[in-house]
Design a protein around this ligand. Structure first.
Ligand SMILES: [Zn+2]
Length: 428
């Protein structure tokens, strides 16, 4: 058994639905006990169990759950900051040419290594990830995730219309290749598979039918796609599928359940939100991306009021950073300009336990509670002179978290553990 001694903060319940005071545990001088891959205790230091190796990190360290990025595109790592243009123009001008390069496995290997290094350096210990349409590149992303000890849900992009030829496949091949990857990687160690049609406009009805077939065969597989990011996109969906609302398109092919994560959902109608709520489908809110592409302002409380579970995502490469600190800060600002304040407890929940709930992994991870996997971060409260000053003067845990949300980045992440194994450590 190992006993980590430091400041500790963890959400344990949804602060949007419970009293803030009952939604977390915080210890100014606390212990986190882990036995191999599991958390076996947490509490104030004076109550720590006897025995075990003590790792005393002092008051300059804060232990907290790892971050969950509920939506991003691994192949787009190298195109962050491709500016100008809204969604559809951005896809054609930058995204499709970038993704076409992944027909080369060497290129895929280079980007995959950098991608998981970056996520871990930034404290993201679990993510829902789009690959490209390429079978081999997707296999490489899975292999690199496994090599990094990363907890990930990955899927081959499925796409059979409205993209350049080199990125198009036919529905049958898409199904067969997705199925083979799913058989190989789904539920292997910490990895899971997501059936991943890019979005309705790049899918023929036949492709969605095939995706639905796969979902019926593998009920616990995830579905990962986009919805209602941009108003022009929504109009296009209405032209392509005149018989239905955007959410109905996915529902008609059996693609909505509690293992479905839909990115964005900025412009959903009340009928669509009601449908998503009934199906248990989740939404990944990606504020940084929504601002970068000018997609619109997500109405968080409106969506939560329908009972839809929401997590945070970076949506790299439309998002400009892998940092979930930035995702929290931007989520705050997107609500703030709409006159809705968010508390540090709510933001930290969305980036941790709320993310785990979005990915249906909250029985296993997402908070520091006995029995869960030992997935956690050690944050350095003295990472920079300014952060040290801000942290020392924080009035309470809420204020300490606020400082980290708005000033934190990869420099704060001292080290990261997944299933009790150290997967990242800051140099120096
Ligand atoms: Zn996306």
């Amino acid at each position: 058994m190992k006993l980590f001694r430091a400041r500790i903060f963890t959400p344990v319940a949804d602060p949007f639905r419970t009293d803030a005071a009952n939604s977390y545990l915080a210890y100014d001088d606390g212990f986190l006990a882990i036995d191999r891959s599991r958390i076996v205790g947490i509490g104030p230091w004076e109550q720590h169990p006897a025995g075990g190796t003590v790792i005393d990190l002092g008051r300059e360290a804060l232990i907290t759950p790892g971050f969950f990025d509920t939506h991003l595109h691994a192949p787009q790592l190298e195109m962050i900051g491709s500016y100008g243009g809204h969604l559809l123009e951005w896809l054609n001008r930058y995204t499709f040419p970038t993704e076409a390069k992944f027909s080369d496995p060497k290129h895929a290997e280079t980007i995959a290594r950098a991608f998981f290094d970056e996520l871990l350096r930034n404290g993201t210990l679990c993510a829902l990830i789009f690959s490209t349409v390429h079978f081999e590149a997707t296999d490489i992303f899975f292999a690199e995730a496994e090599r990094h000890g990363f907890r990930g849900i990955i899927g081959k992009t499925m796409m059979d219309r409205n993209a350049p030829d080199p990125l198009l496949e036919n529905a049958k091949t898409s199904y067969e290749q997705s199925r083979e990857l799913l058989m190989k990687w789904h539920n292997r160690g910490l990895l899971r598979y997501a059936i991943a049609p890019r979005f309705a406009p790049t899918s023929t009805p036949e492709l969605l039918e095939r995706a639905g077939d796969l979902k019926r065969e593998f009920r616990d597989a995830y579905v990962h796609t986009h919805i209602s990011e941009n108003t022009t996109e929504v109009e296009w969906v209405h032209e392509l599928f005149p018989e239905a609302e955007y959410a109905d398109v996915y529902d008609n092919y059996g693609l909505l359940d509690e293992h479905t994560v839909l990115a964005h959902g900025v412009h959903l109608t009340e009928e669509e939100l009601d449908l998503l709520s009934r199906r248990g489908a989740r939404i990944s809110h990606c504020p940084n991306s929504n601002l970068f592409l000018g997609s619109g302002l997500f109405r968080l409380h409106h969506v939560l009021d329908y009972g839809v579970i929401v997590g945070l995502g970076t949506d790299i490469g439309a998002g400009t950073t892998p940092s979930m600190f930035a995702a929290m800060a931007d989520a705050y600002k997107v609500q703030q300009v709409q006159g809705v304040p968010l508390s540090p407890f709510e933001l930290w929940y969305l980036a941790t336990l709320g993310g785990a709930r979005t990915l249906s992994l909250d029985d296993e991870t997402g908070s520091l509670e006995s029995g869960k996997s030992a997935d956690f971060l050690i944050l350095d409260l003295q990472a920079t002179p300014l952060i040290a000053m801000r942290s020392e003067r924080a009035a309470n845990i809420e204020d300490l978290l606020a400082g980290l949300i708005f000033m934190g980045d990869d420099r704060v992440v001292q080290s990261a553990y997944i299933a009790g194994r150290e997967v990242s450590r800051k140099a120096g």
